[in-house]
Write a new protein. Structure first.
Length: 183
C-alpha cells in the first residue's frame, strides 16, 4: 500500500517538474523571439534585411549569411564587396556585446580542390575565423565573448544534390545567445 502511495507522489513530482521545465522553455523561447524581433528591426534599419536570414531557438537568435555574398569560391578571405555588409552586422552585434556570440562556417559537400585547404572542414573553419577577425577588429566586442567554429559539410540545411541546395549550404551562421540561455 505504501509503495503505491510513494509511486503516486513520485509521478506527481515528475509532472510538476515537467511543468516547470516547460514554463522555463516557454520563457526562453519568448526571450529569443523578442531578441529576434529587435535584431530583425535593426537589420531593416541598416537596410540589410534581404541579405540576412533570421531564425531563433529557445537558446539563441541566428543570423545566416550566404557564403557567396562573403567569399569567392574556395576562398576564406572576406570579399571587398562584403565589407559594408559586415560593417553593418558589426554595428548590430555591438548592441549585444554582453551576450555570447558564436560564428559558424558551413560548406556544401563538394570536395575542395585547391592548395590552400585540405578539405571542407578547413575551409569552413577559416571562413568562420575571417568573420570572427573582422568582428573583433572592427567593433568593441570583447573577443572572449565570441567563438568561432567550422562545421564543414556536416550540417546541411538544403539538398546537396542541387546547385541551389549547395548554394544554401555554403553559409556563415552567427548565433547571439540571450540572457536566459543555459549556454
Amino acid at each position: 500500500d505504501q509503495y503505491f502511495t510513494s509511486m503516486g507522489k513520485s509521478e506527481e513530482g515528475e509532472k510538476e517538474m515537467q511543468g516547470a521545465m516547460e514554463e522555463v522553455q516557454a520563457e526562453k523561447l519568448k526571450e529569443s523571439e523578442q531578441l529576434a524581433e529587435k535584431i530583425a528591426e535593426a537589420l531593416g534599419e541598416q537596410d540589410i534585411g534581404a541579405e540576412v536570414d533570421i531564425d531563433f531557438t529557445s537558446e539563441y537568435v541566428q543570423l545566416t549569411l550566404n557564403g557567396a555574398l562573403l567569399f569567392d569560391s574556395g576562398k576564406a578571405q572576406l570579399k571587398e564587396a562584403s565589407l559594408p555588409l559586415m560593417g553593418k552586422i558589426g554595428i548590430i552585434l555591438e548592441r549585444y556585446s554582453e551576450s555570447i556570440i558564436e560564428v559558424e562556417g558551413h560548406t556544401d559537400n563538394v570536395p575542395i580542390n585547391n592548395s590552400q585547404f585540405a578539405n571542407n572542414d578547413e575551409l569552413s573553419s577559416f571562413r568562420a575565423l575571417s568573420v570572427f577577425n573582422y568582428i573583433i577588429q572592427n567593433t568593441n566586442i570583447d573577443p572572449s565573448m565570441i567563438k568561432h567554429s567550422g562545421r564543414g559539410e556536416y550540417v546541411p540545411i538544403a539538398d546537396n544534390a542541387t546547385p541551389e541546395g549547395r548554394a544554401k549550404n555554403r553559409r556563415v551562421e552567427i548565433k547571439v545567445y540571450h540572457t536566459l540561455s543555459t549556454y
